[in-house]
Design a binder for this molecule. Structure first.
Ligand code: OGA
Ligand code: MN
Length: 276
């Protein structure tokens, strides 16, 4: 028996979970059902969860170790919490299709994002189902990309931040510690075994073995798949709304239409494994 309710946002992708209180420690049975729901719907949404950071961390910890974002402040007591605070002066620049920190060798399993302050309207987040995006490709493209690898890289501005925060002054040393990884263009989801398109506009640099121009052209086509409405769902936030996405098979886009109004969200991130 499932203790919570599921209300789909679209027929196959994204669902609202109701009749659940995340400030409670949930039973292993409920957590198992929640994980199955995440695997099925890929992104789960919750409303009216007046929880604290410990609750948010406990929810994430059930799925795996929590990750400290590479550019998060090192000295903060809650280093696992990534706080994104936006207003007239600060912008997050995450209004592009991406999966989180794919430039890591082992990118996250998923993230749990909780809204603290939201504008009266605007600041929605879009999600794209990258398993559906792969399935929708023609056989010729699938043949070209099955087995191909792509280089993912740090955005240069983030390297500077990460170096400052770690006290690393030598760029070469930093690059030795954090080399740009290669990931399969089509990854298999470690739990479902399903193939997902795994390149994104924010962090993918080039497809290995192709001329840059050919790689750019193919990547531009693959990036466009996330922008197809049939693969998407769109979430309108309220204070205490939560989105929990599977970062292995989805991408997201934060709509930057609300500035200069304030929007504050807090994310915890669950460690994942190396894409295969
Ligand atoms: C993130 C992110 C989207 C948003 O937290 O990784 O991209 O809508 N946020 O704030
Ligand atoms: Mn993101």
């Amino acid at each position: 028996m499932t203790a919570f309710t599921i209300t789909p946002l679209t027929p196959n992708f994204g669902a609202l979970v109701g009749e659940i209180d995340l400030s409670n420690t949930l039973t292993a049975h409920t957590m198992g059902n929640l994980e199955r729901a995440l695997l099925q719907w890929k992104v789960l949404f919750f409303r009216d969860q007046d929880i604290d950071i410990e609750d948010q961390k406990r929810l994430g910890s059930w799925f795996g170790e929590l990750e400290v974002h590479p550019t998060a402040k090192r000295d903060s007591a809650n280093a696992e919490v990534l706080r994104i605070e936006e207003d007239g002066e600060h912008r997050a620049h995450n209004n592009l299709w991406h999966s989180d920190v794919s430039f890591e060798l082992e990118p996250p399993l998923g993230s749990i994002l909780r809204a603290r302050e939201v504008p009266p309207v605007g600041g929605d987040t879009l999600f794209a189902d990258m398993e559906a995006a792969y399935a929708g490709l023609g056989d010729d493209i699938k043949e070209r990309i099955d087995g191909a690898n792509a280089v993912h890289g740090w955005p240069p501005a983030w390297i500077d931040i990460a170096m400052r925060q770690r006290g690393v002054t030598d760029r070469e040393e930093f690059r030795r510690q954090f080399p740009d990884p290669e990931h399969p263009v089509v990854r298999r989801h470690p739990r479902t075994g399903n193939k997902c398109l795994y390149v994104n506009t924010a962090f993918t640099r080039r497809i290995v073995g192709l001329e840059q121009s050919e790689s750019d052209e193919l990547l531009a086509f693959l990036y466009r798949q996330a922008a197809i409405p049939e693969y998407q769902c769109r979430f309108r936030w309220q204070p205490n709304s939560i989105a929990f996405w599977d970062n292995r098979c989805t991408q997201h886009y934060a709509v930057a239409d609300f500035h200069p109004q304030r929007r504050v969200v807090e994310r915890i991130t669950i460690c994942g494994d190396r894409p295969i």
